[in-house]
Design a binder for this molecule. Structure first.
Ligand code: GSH
Length: 210
């Protein structure tokens, strides 16, 4: 039995954030596959026994059970003393960019990807709306990375791990890496971290998934 257990599935950028952090920290962890595409997160059983919010990821560590990728990242950063802020100012930068990621970058990108990839009959106007919002968030990040190696400080933090979660799926939303040079260079820096792997290689999936 591993020290940490992560409820996850490989198409989830949110679960990837947690899985990547566990891996980068060298944690002893195991994945518990969640059958998202067959509605597992919406069952009463899942809500009662795993996460009342009906979402993955969920991290189990002894008696501790946490959802929300940003909270999981913070918890692991505290446990392993890795990828945290280096001073008070950086602490607020990490929080600021993690919240921006959760509200804007991940939520619009994840929703647009879901609609365009797995809900082909979705209303085109809805898809266009989410696409425009996604591009808006990506543009903010691209500009932020114009003259910096990492988002919050000079070294990678959990803000970078949060923001990159869905960006390794860029090809799935029809975006060309060459059009996002600063973001692409930053993703290469993240890929160079010891222990990095792509979400499809890191997390489990089910038959017929992506
Ligand atoms: N803010 C949450 C978002 C989690 C989330 O939306 N997870 C998706 C999978 S990527 C999910 O489980 N959705 C279930 C549903 O919407 O029914 C986090 O950062 O963990």
């Amino acid at each position: 039995m591993s020290e940490y257990k992560l409820f996850c599935f490989k198409e989830s950028g949110n679960a990837y954030k947690a899985g990547l952090m566990l891996e980068l920290c060298g944690a002893d962890w195991q994945a518990e596959w969640v059958d998202f595409f067959n509605g597992a997160t919406r069952t009463d059983d899942y809500k009662e026994s795993v996460n009342e919010m009906g979402e993955a990821p969920v991290l189990i560590h002894g008696d501790v059970k946490l959802s929300q990728s940003g909270v999981i990242l913070q918890y692991l950063s505290d446990r392993f003393d890795r990828f945290g802020p280096r001073d008070e100012a950086e602490k607020y930068e990490v929080l600021r960019w993690t919240l921006f990621d959760n509200h804007k970058l991940t939520s619009y990108t994840g929703t647009y990807r879901f609609l365009s990839r797995w809900a082909p009959s979705a209303d085109q106007a809805v898809k266009d709306f989410f696409h425009a919002r996604m591009i808006g968030a990506w543009t903010v990040l691209e500009k932020r990375l114009e003259d910096r190696s990492f988002v919050a400080g000079s070294e990678p933090t959990i803000a970078d791990i949060s923001l990159c979660g869905y960006l390794f799926f860029r090809d799935e939303v029809g975006e060309d890496a060459a059009d996002w040079p600063n973001t692409t260079a930053w993703l290469e820096r993240i890929k160079a971290l010891p222990g990095w792997s792509h979400p499809y290689d890191l997390l489990p999936g089910g038959p017929g998934d992506a």
